[in-house]
Structure formats: C-alpha cells, structure tokens
Write a protein that binds this ligand. Structure first.
Ligand SMILES: Nc1nc2c(c(=O)[nH]1)N[C@@H](CN(C=O)c1ccc(C(=O)N[C@@H](CCC(=O)O)C(=O)O)cc1)CN2
Ligand code: MG
Length: 291
C-alpha cells in the first residue's frame, strides 16, 4: 500500500487560520497590528516567489507586511544600515532578510545585525542559543514546520530513531536539535548524516523518521528507506521538468508509511511558522509595553 500523503498545503492553511484568529485577538485587545518587513536583495527569481508568498500569507492573516527590494550590487554597509533602521523602528515587529544573499554580502554579519526580538527566522545566535537550551523565543521556520507536520499526522516520535540528512544551519542542525529535545514531535534518538558520513545509505536505512535536507534531487532512493518509515522531504530542487525534492518520491512512497510531497509538503509550513513567529514578536512587544 502506498504511504499516507502528508498534506503540507492543508496543514499550513490550518496553522495560518489559527494565526489569523490570534492576530485579530491581539489587535482587539492591545491595538498592536503585527508588522513583518521582508528584505530582498538582488533578483533571484525563486527568492522573489518565496517573498511574495510570505507577503500574501501575511495579508490573509491580517499581518501588515512591507517589502524592501534592494539591487544586486547592494553593499554590506547599505544592507546593515537598512537592518539597523528597521531594528530602531518601533512599528516593525519582524525582520526577514531573504537568503541567499549576493556573494559580496556576508550573511552571518547580517543575521547578527538583526535585533534578536525581531529575528522571526530564528537565525540570530541569541535565539539559536535559547532554542538549544530548550527555552525558545522563536522556533526555526522549516524545522518547526516539519515538527507540526508530524504532530498533525499523528506520527509518534518518542523513542524512535530519527535520521536527519543534512547539517545546514537553517534546517539540518536545528531539526536534529528539535527532534532530540523533550516534548511534542520530539524525544527521538537522532542521527545526523552528511556528505562525509560513512555508509550513508546504511545509516539512513535505520530511520523510523527520515528528514531529508541535503539539497540533491532525488538523492534518497527506495533502497535507502526502511519499510514503514515516515519520510519528510525538505528539498526543493529545480530540474528541467519542474521541482523535485531530495527523495525519489514515487518508489519511496511504495515503501514508507507516510511521506511529504514536493511541492506541497514542507515549503508551505515554512511560511506558516514565519507568521506564528511574527505574531509572537508583536505579542512580546505588546506585553513589554503593558509593563
Ligand atoms: N530568510 C530566509 N531565507 C530562506 C528561508 C527561510 O526560511 N528564511 N528558506 C528558504 C526559502 N523559503 C523561504 O524563505 C521557502 C522555500 C519554499 C517554499 C515553498 O512553499 N515551496 C513550495 C514550492 C514553491 C515553488 O514552486 O517554488 C512547496 O514546497 O510547495 C516556501 C519558502 C531559503 N531561504
Ligand atoms: Mg514541499
């Protein structure tokens, strides 16, 4: 029997409705209208699509959104100046600098420049540190989106062996951390695999829950998947005939018990969690102002 399809579009719509209701409540009770500012540097077409998706999702949830579009030749100083201006703007609750940035810009220095209270991507070292210690201010958008998919699909993770394929700062590392922590969609025994892992296929085959975030089209083949495993595909790879994930979907679907599609799996959840974080940033500010 083919695996259950984990519908990220439907689950993200549910999360976005929850956020919309909470936004209305925040506005009614405090007058604070959450406001997200997106910063897009250069003209990468995929980044433009993602930022537009974030803006549309904001609109639907009652979150104000503003876009700053900067040319590809923007300097480090110009981008830092803009971030500092947004940090100082009391009407802005969330700041999102879309990645990747052009080569002349050091993304780490830009991430460090964002005020931690406005870092709705949860990339700033202060927010990563809080998350590591199990007392998060924000949750990282894609990894927490994956967790929510597991929760909504009733996937038991406690005591299970989770394998995270990929060790990026945005997905692999924080994903492994969230899965090993105490709590919902967590309490797993976690292995992280990457390009230097020995016997990689054998390691991946041990997974009860596999999160593929290696950025290589159809890298995970059916022979690498344990029968009955739950497969979460974070990959978004543009190939000649469209977008494919890191998982060879059709054959793996025959073996797994549940699987996310690409598109329509993890991607929409990234945006839904961003809205949750923006709401939280606004709420924290409202609480602070109320004393
Ligand atoms: N500042 C950030 N930069 C980047 C992030 C991020 O979370 N913060 N993540 C990715 C890109 N990304 C969001 O920014 C993102 C990628 C994909 C999707 C998505 O919904 N994908 C669709 C397919 C869309 C398509 O046709 O291209 C899907 O999977 O269904 C949303 C957000 C890197 N940069
Ligand atoms: Mg997807």
């Amino acid at each position: 029997m083919p695996a259950q399809l984990i519908d990220g579009k439907a689950i993200s719509a549910k999360v976005r409705e929850e956020v919309a209701a909470d936004v209305r409540h925040l506005i009614d009770t405090t007058g604070v209208e959450p406001h997200l500012v997106a910063v897009l540097v250069g003209d990468d077409p995929a980044s433009a699509i993602y930022v537009r998706g974030k803006q549309k999702a904001c609109e639907k949830a009652g979150i104000r959104s503003t876009l700053h579009r900067l040319p590809a030749e923007t300097t480090q100083q110009q981008l830092t100046d803009l971030v500092q201006q947004l940090n100082a703007d009391a009407t802005v609750h969330g700041i999102l600098v879309q990645l990747p940035l052009p080569d002349q810009i050091d993304p780490v220095a830009i991430i460090d420049a964002v005020a931690p209270e406005k870092d709705v991507d949860c990339f700033h070292p202060e927010n990563v540190g809080l998350m590591v210690q199990g007392r998060p201010r924000f949750l990282p958008c894609t990894p927490h989106g994956c967790q929510r998919l597991l929760i909504e699909s009733d996937v038991e993770t406690s005591g299970k062996h989770a394998v995270v394929l990929g060790r990026s700062e945005i997905v692999g590392k924080p994903m492994a951390l969230l899965l090993m922590q105490r709590g919902l969609a967590a309490d797993a025994t976690v292995t992280v695999c990457h390009s230097r892992t020995r016997d990689l296929a054998e390691q991946v085959r041990q997974a009860d829950i596999l999160v593929a975030a290696i950025g290589r089209p159809k890298f995970v083949t059916a022979d690498m998947v344990k029968p009955g495993a739950v497969v979460i595909d974070v990959g978004i790879n543009r190939v000649d005939d469209g977008i494919v994930g890191d998982v060879d979907f059709e054959p793996v679907r025959e073996i797994a018990s549940a699987i996310t599609p690409v598109p329509g799996g993890v991607g929409p959840m990234t945006i839904a969690v961003l809205l949750q974080n923006t709401l939280k940033a606004a709420r924290l500010l409202a609480e602070q102002s109320a004393g």
